[in-house]
Design a protein around this ligand. Structure first.
Ligand code: NI
Length: 184
């Protein structure tokens, strides 16, 4: 017979799946605050676990902190290149270089149900801090470059629909009005 353990299993619990804020909510429209890394180190692992769990549950490739109601310059990305998971944590990210252009279908977990073709830079270089507070320089191509731009936009209160050409933006706003009725 095995001894029944009364203590919690080792390691941190899985992250919580949080509600994702939606288009129309204020927190998505503000310039997020710089993460004070030294002050947040204790809380950061939990915030990140929650962000990963929330993103995974929603089948996303990226999630920004304002999407869980937290107006901080923090985002996570996992575009699964070749099906393989590669988790990127971006703290206070800044795009320092952009080049090329590529049009591709894009969507956002904060505007569920809406997808539109959007032209973005095909290669970007980003400076950020990683989850250990160390400065990193990340170069992204294709879908990863798109995700880096999309998530950085979130931290500046911008949504992908804002970047659509005028007529498309108008069409999108009509569709969003309909979609909103079904959002929770
Ligand atoms: Ni988004």
């Amino acid at each position: 017979m095995e001894k029944v353990e009364d203590k919690q299993p080792e390691g941190r619990a899985e992250g919580k799946i949080l509600r994702i804020t939606k288009h129309g909510e204020k927190v998505l429209r503000q310039r997020c605050k710089t993460v004070p890394f030294e002050q947040i180190t204790k809380l950061l692992p939990e915030i990140l676990e929650d962000m990963w769990a929330t993103m995974r549950a929603a089948n996303g490739v990226g999630l920004a902190a304002p999407q869980i109601g937290l107006p901080l310059r923090l985002a996570v990305i996992d575009v699964k290149p070749g099906g393989k998971s590669k988790r990127w944590v971006l703290i206070n990210p800044e795009i320092v270089e952009k080049s090329g252009a590529e049009e591709s279908e894009e969507g956002c977990l904060s505007i569920p149900g809406l997808y539109a073709k959007l032209r973005r830079s095909s290669r970007v270089k980003v400076k950020a801090l990683n989850e250990h507070g160390l400065p990193v320089e990340i170069t992204g191509l294709g879908l990863f470059a798109r995700a880096l731009q999309h998530e950085t936009d979130h931290l500046n209160g911008k949504l992908f629909v804002d970047r659509l050409p005028l007529l498309m933006r108008w069409k999108a706003s009509r569709i969003i009005r309909q979609l909103k009725k079904n959002w929770t």
